[in-house]
Design a protein around this ligand. Structure first.
Ligand SMILES: [Zn+2]
Length: 231
């Protein structure tokens, strides 16, 4: 058993390492290269290993990724070999691949201090939306391609509440079918941009690593961001 803090809230959680059978679920999901299956496998394993009550479907992506990487470090081992591309520094080593060993337990959530505390956006004079950060299922269901349709779908999924300046609050499922669509469609580009900035400012799992250029041995550093680096 080991303890970690949930990055978004600081809640202390006790986890057990995952079992070989659970690791197999993960490897099988990874082989499909299907984002929804991989997300489901990660969710299932984290859920199995956390001993406290935790609504795994509600935590933002960066919380789940953080718990998963800490679990992996404790279950499979802290050291992980990664291949990096050497950053340009006017050397023949530029762009070459270099193998680096990182300690998974050093991965942390970057940008937490910038996480927006104000997640409310006024859309009309008296009606607004309160947004939440996407969960891993939101992110994997919507898809990674950044086009208007996906952004619209993500905004719609991540509306936590619709509120009025009079103090009324509506959950998305209290609205009629299509009402939320119409409401989101009524946003002007400035409002839409602000909501996009909220998403862009979402904290990310990451790590700063140092490596040496294989040609000139110069010490370099790189910030790794996102789960793909640690899977
Ligand atoms: Zn070099």
């Amino acid at each position: 058993m080991f303890q970690v803090s949930l990055p978004s809230t600081g809640q202390k959680l006790t986890l057990r390492p995952f079992l070989v059978s659970e690791e197999r679920i993960l490897l099988e999901a990874a082989r499909t290269e299907n984002q929804v299956e991989i997300a489901n496998a990660m969710k299932q394993i984290v859920n199995n290993c956390v001993t406290e009550e935790l609504d795994i479907d509600k935590i933002p992506t960066f919380d789940l990724e953080y718990l998963f990487v800490q679990l992996r470090a404790q279950s499979v081992g802290e050291a992980q070999e990664l291949m990096l591309t050497v950053d340009p520094h006017e050397c023949e080593g530029d762009g070459q691949e270099v193998q680096v060993s990182v300690e998974l337990n050093k991965a942390k959530v970057l940008g937490l201090e910038n996480a927006k505390t104000n997640s409310r956006f006024l859309i009309t004079d008296n009606i607004g939306v309160e947004m939440r950060y996407p969960t891993i299922m939101d992110a994997s269901e919507v898809g990674t391609e950044v086009d208007a349709e996906n952004i619209f779908a993500m905004v719609k999924k991540c509306v936590k509440q619709v509120y009025t300046t009079d103090g009324d609050i509506f959950e998305p499922d209290q609205l009629d079918a299509g009402e939320l669509d119409t409401f989101i469609n009524s946003m002007n580009s400035g409002q839409f941009r602000k909501i996009n900035e909220f998403f862009d400012g979402m904290p990310k799992l990451g790590m700063d690593v140092t490596y040496r250029c294989p040609v000139c041995s110069k010490s370099m550093s790189k910030r790794l961001e996102g789960m793909a680096n640690f899977f």
